[in-house]
Design a protein around this ligand. Structure first.
Ligand SMILES: *Cc1c(COP(=O)(O)O)cnc(C)c1O
Length: 364
């Protein structure tokens, strides 16, 4: 396809950058953003990078009423020598289109999205913090902005990419979290939108998260929407169990979000000849393994934390303390390997990392 040119309008008042030691996730944003518009019959057009600013929407914009919106999340890393790295960004763009299809929204060309993203990062590269564990969080998203109250796919959309410098997830080193197994509320059902990164999935999860917070748990483990018997995933992480030497994770079944970290971890484990299985896992099986002393490790995986070891699982009052509440060796090895690959400190045997060339952006 012929690449549409990106019009660039730079800001004349740059913001002050936040203290890299005190970054709060998703609180501060860079000087510019990428925007493109869609109209039925015309397709995507007006690709542009403009100063970061509020947008104006009609109160009848469809996104407010029926939730046609999709997002992605990935990170850019900068090492001391100034090299900027992205981790498997083409996978995010591919998944964005899977989500768009599910929500009856128009696809965005994957190469064009990647081009937009790299151009924006090039302009904002001074915003990528270099402190150990810090990065620039990238949030591409699409909203239906047609003013219409009929329940139907919109005829107008806007695609945007915004950037936010984020701190180290683990300020005092990688440490385990406590998780509450959710027996009442469900996140998604087969045939629903669980496999898409779309707003409604997260809005519907807030209630359970609130209850967990009040009980001192940082995350919820979702079970299947029909029987509340089988493990699905955590808030914004996939979940892995090490049972008697084998690493097990729920198979992609239509209601689980297919994480790129999950996919990468499965590849690494197979490469290391560690036995892995993607299959259905019942909570009864987890409990049984625990009682037999075979539940060796539990960890979540996702872009934000990379690996999040689980020290406690509370299933309806039955508390399982995993690996004495400490990070296990597999979680540790995966965390170190993945973060080293992302930061360019270790070989990248699968060609996962995209290095940004420091060519200057041509002003259109
Ligand atoms: C984004 C997300 C994940 C993790 O995906 P990654 O690509 O690994 O960041 C897992 N579950 C849900 C519900 C998510 O939204």
């Amino acid at each position: 396809m012929t690449r549409l040119p990106i019009q660039i309008k730079l800001t004349d008042s740059k913001k002050e950058k936040p203290n890299p030691e005190k970054l709060i996730f998703g609180k501060s944003f860079t000087d510019h953003m990428f925007v493109a518009d869609y109209e039925e019959g015309k397709g995507w057009h007006s690709h542009r990078i403009v100063p970061y600013a509020p947008i104006t929407l009609d109160p009848a914009a469809l996104v407010f009423h029926y939730g046609q919106t999709v997002f992605e999340g990935l990170k850019a890393y900068r090492s001391a020598d100034g090299t900027v790295r992205l981790f498997r960004p083409e996978e995010n763009m591919k998944r964005m289109n899977v989500s768009l299809d599910r929500l009856c929204m128009p696809r965005f060309d994957e190469e064009a999205a990647l081009h937009a993203l790299t151009q924006l990062i090039q302009i904002e590269k001074d915003w990528i913090p270099t402190l150990e564990g810090t990065s620039l969080y990238i949030r591409p998203f699409i909203i239906a902005n047609e003013a219409f109250l009929g329940v139907a796919p919109a005829k107008k959309y806007q695609f945007m990419i915004i950037l936010s410098p984020v701190g180290s997830y683990y300020k005092e080193g990688i440490h385990p979290i406590r998780i509450l197994v959710e027996n009442e509320f469900v996140r998604a059902v087969k045939g629903g939108t669980g496999g898409a990164k779309t707003a409604g999935n997260y809005a519907s999860g807030l209630k359970a998260q609130e209850v967990a917070d009040q009980q001192g748990y940082s995350q919820v483990l979702w079970l299947d929407g029909v029987e509340r018997k089988y493990v699905e995933e955590v808030g914004s992480m996939n979940i892995f169990f090490k049972i008697d030497g084998e690493i097990v994770t729920p198979a992609i079944n239509g209601s689980i979000l297919e994480g790129i970290t999950r996919k990468s971890i499965l590849q690494l484990l197979r490469h290391w000849n560690i036995p892995v299985a993607e299959r259905q896992i019942a909570m009864d099986e987890i409990r049984e393994a625990y009682e037999e002393g075979k539940l060796e490790e539990v960890f979540g995986t996702g872009t934000a934390a990379v690996i999040s070891p689980v020290g406690e699982l509370n299933w309806g009052g039955y508390k399982m303390i995993i690996n004495n509440g400490e990070t296990g060796p597999v979680a540790n090895r995966l965390f170190n390997t993945l973060t080293n690959i992302q930061n360019g400190k270790e070989d990248d045997p699968f060609d996962w990392v995209m290095e940004l060339k420091s060519e200057l952006v041509k002003l259109a």
